[in-house]
Design a protein around this ligand. Structure first.
Ligand code: E4P
Length: 218
């Protein structure tokens, strides 16, 4: 299972990278705005900065919603750095753009996916990644994890190569549940990754080991 961090915050990306388990980064226009990154030039520079911190894939989202605009922006993003994956929304022209980029060998992440049918279309169009937003489904009393299971089943039925990127992860249990289902990738906040570390018995056990060591070596 690949671990991506879902942020445009460079300090958090560095912290996750330092842990040694980071496989990539996902961003979106809201996350860029949250960091105060505005204006095309600054946004493009920020993507390059992120690529220079991590070794894996970095999803950069287009903001155009028409085919021509998505192609223009996507090609510009892909030219920025070899680690860039062009993030395309699940809309009609988005499906066409996925197919266009797939035919050109440019990697894509199909975003804003909320149904198995949308995920099927994304795979048919050749998306590298599909991003079902499980947290946002949970937010409206719909079972987000069930969507991940349905997509897993469909993709396995036909050996689709599109990777399931479980997105909109809210907490550590989402990570565990997605791992059980067999999501290929998860993207979440740093806290969802660091939460995997925690167990009180580990802390209690370590304190006891150190105490016993001190007793025997003083
Ligand atoms: C995915 O790539 C998105 O950036 C992200 O996971 C959305 O998460 P949110 O629902 O927490 O905004």
């Amino acid at each position: 299972m690949k671990f991506f961090i879902d942020t445009a915050n460079l300090d958090q990306i560095k912290e996750a990278q330092a842990l040694g388990v980071l496989d990539g980064v996902t961003t979106n226009p809201s996350l860029m705005a949250k960091e105060g990154i505005t204006g095309k030039d600054n946004i493009l520079k920020h993507y390059v900065n992120i690529c220079n911190i991590v070794e894996g894939d970095v999803s950069a989202e287009v903001v155009a919603t028409d085919l021509e605009g998505m192609i223009r922006e996507g090609e510009e993003l892909a030219d920025l750095h070899e680690q860039i994956v062009v993030k395309i929304p699940m809309i009609k022209d988005g499906v066409k753009a996925l197919k266009y980029f797939s035919d050109k060998g440019i990697r894509t992440n199909c975003t804003l996916v909320f149904s198995p049918g949308q995920a099927l279309l994304a795979a048919k169009a050749g998306a590298t990644y599909v991003s079902p937003f499980l947290g946002r489904l949970d937010d409206i009393s719909t079972d987000g994890l069930n969507l991940i299971s349905e997509i897993r089943l469909i993709y396995d039925n036909y050996d689709f190569e599109t990777q399931i990127l479980a997105a909109s992860i809210r907490h550590t249990m989402h990570v565990i549940d997605c791992a059980k289902i067999g999501a290929d990738v998860m993207t979440g906040p740093l806290s969802s990754i660091e939460g995997l570390l925690k167990h009180p018995l580990t802390d209690i056990g370590l304190a006891k080991f150190l105490e016993d060591y001190k007793k025997g070596n003083s």
